[in-house]
Design a protein around this ligand. Sequence first.
Ligand SMILES: [Mn+2]
Length: 388
Amino acid sequence: MKILHTGDWHLGHILAGYDRTDEHQQMLNQMVTIVSRHEPDVFLLCGDVYHTSQPSAAVQTLFNNTLIRLHDACPKMTIIVTAGNHDSGSKHEIFRTPWEYLNVHMIGTLNKDDLSSHIICIPNKGYVIAIPYTHERNLQDGLLQGLIDEVLAHNVDNLPVVLSAHTTIAGADFAGHEKSDEKVIGGIDAMSVSQIGSGYDYLALGHIHHAQFIHTGKHNVRYAGSPLPVSFDENYEHSVTLVEIDRHGESPVCQTITIDNPRPLTTLPATEAAPWDEVRELLNNFPDDLPNYIRVNVLSNSINPAEARQEALQICQHKQCRFCVFNVVKPDTERHEQTQLTVQEFQQMQPIEVARLYAKDMSIPFDKDMQALFEQTLQALTLDEDQA
Ligand SMILES: [Mn+2]
């Protein structure tokens, strides 16, 4: 069985106010080309089709037209699309029945009343157990193992068994994702790969945007990653994965196919932040004809970000690039000099003193107007408290 494993398309994503439809269109064209060239048995899209649960009509049309093009590029191919945490699971299934006429399976929500509906049999090729995003607790009580066992009981021909899920697996490289700690990524609690169960030949994952294998001793648990970067911190190569499995019990053979990004996300400088004079120079020297998105990291404790940002926008005005983010990074020494207080000291301070210290640490001017505003707010709050 040959599977094209992808996920996290995030169609409809707007980056710093810029519409990304053109890039998405070019990425989707590449998908169609890859399908015509490799003719997979299964096209597996593991969640986060859209960036929001309310994609525009135009974005939904773009996706639906793409499904038709993928089908036409390889009519014998089974297309499986699960919903991710960014998608609306119920909307994902609205046209589930008509799509089945084109061998497209739209799996949006976990159907606990009919779990077998998640098993998709690809005649003479293999099985795919397609699980959409669902709260992690739903996956931790042996539910997946039950489904795997059900497939194995029927799999008399020893065909390959693939499981797909949209979740956070502990031990993955989460670079590029916002995290509250090492356990919760993009709002999904991490689970260990052993909690998923065993007996599958390949676990196709969505949610983490960095393409990677999860270390299990075997190369059979993988995030395909997103085909295009969604944030500036996803500064790694983006691709899809072509997976081939001969028979149940045999190791999958994986090949990554790079997706070209017509508008790369570029951070200036590429590594450490630098003073504005240097960054301005980099921006001035940035080639006029490159359409990249730009983020700058400026090292400073005194800069006026509004003014400097305006200057950056002016420099970019006559270039093809799209200026996005002006990020001010404080020098290390400054950051370390931040005020440290004991709990006792803190409790003895007046609110205005705390505010003054905070403003100093954050390099926010705390002038007479700000002081007056603070006193006013404090008074209003104290009044509220008294009334309550
Ligand atoms: Mn995603």
